[in-house]
Write a protein that binds this ligand. Structure first.
Ligand SMILES: Cc1cc2nc3c(=O)[nH]c(=O)nc-3n(C[C@H](O)[C@H](O)[C@H](O)COP(=O)(O)O)c2cc1C
Length: 161
């Protein structure tokens, strides 16, 4: 199973899960960066404002060769109930992606993660095989290893079917 992790993380929480998954699955990571939202409270407010309106930002596209991978994991924070705008901007460009797809997200616990997953399902070119949702407080407290392991094991089992 050759796995690529494409993710966006404004404040490091989703990046923590991305790194844990990369280590568990021996995967490569490709980060989406977006200068428009990096920084403190004003950038947070700008992210919320843009997210409510669905204004897609300029992003730095990650570089990878999709032919080198079987499985893609897309990682995003939840913003105003939906995937963070830099992930939506990435998928809007219709990049070539590996055939199998799973998603992981982190959220603050003030909205159910299902709307974010449904939106990702709309934007992705293949069905979502598996999903992982992590509460940001749990991630900060370091309580995510079991969830990451269960998610990774599920993906490994599907690949040997
Ligand atoms: C603009 C913005 C909107 C957010 N909206 C939600 C939300 O609707 N529901 C929720 O549970 N958390 C929301 N959050 C919290 C983030 O999903 C959470 O803190 C996440 O773990 C941050 O990930 P990161 O550190 O990788 O950027 C929002 C955060 C931002 C910056």
């Amino acid at each position: 199973m050759r796995t690529l992790i494409v993710y966006y993380s404004r404040t490091g929480t989703t990046a923590t899960i991305a790194r844990a998954l990369a280590s568990r699955l021996d995967a490569n990571m490709a980060e989406i960066t977006c200068a428009r939202y990096s920084g403190g409270i004003w950038r947070y407010l700008r992210a919320g404002y843009d997210s409510v309106r669905g204004n897609l930002p300029e992003i730095e596209m990650p570089v990878f060769d999709s032919d080198e991978y079987d499985l893609l994991l897309v990682g995003t924070p939840v913003w105003t109930s939906y995937p963070a705008l830099p992930i939506r901007a990435f998928l809007d460009r219709k990049p070539d992606l590996p055939g199998r797809i799973a998603v992981f997200l982190t959220h603050g616990g003030h909205s159910p993660p299902q709307a974010c997953i449904d939106k990702l399902a709309e934007l992705l070119p293949a069905p979502i095989e598996a999903k992982l949702a992590c509460n940001s407080a749990q991630v900060t407290a370091g309580k995510y290893a079991d969830d990451v392991n269960d998610f990774a094991t599920k993906l490994e089992k599907r690949s040997i079917k």
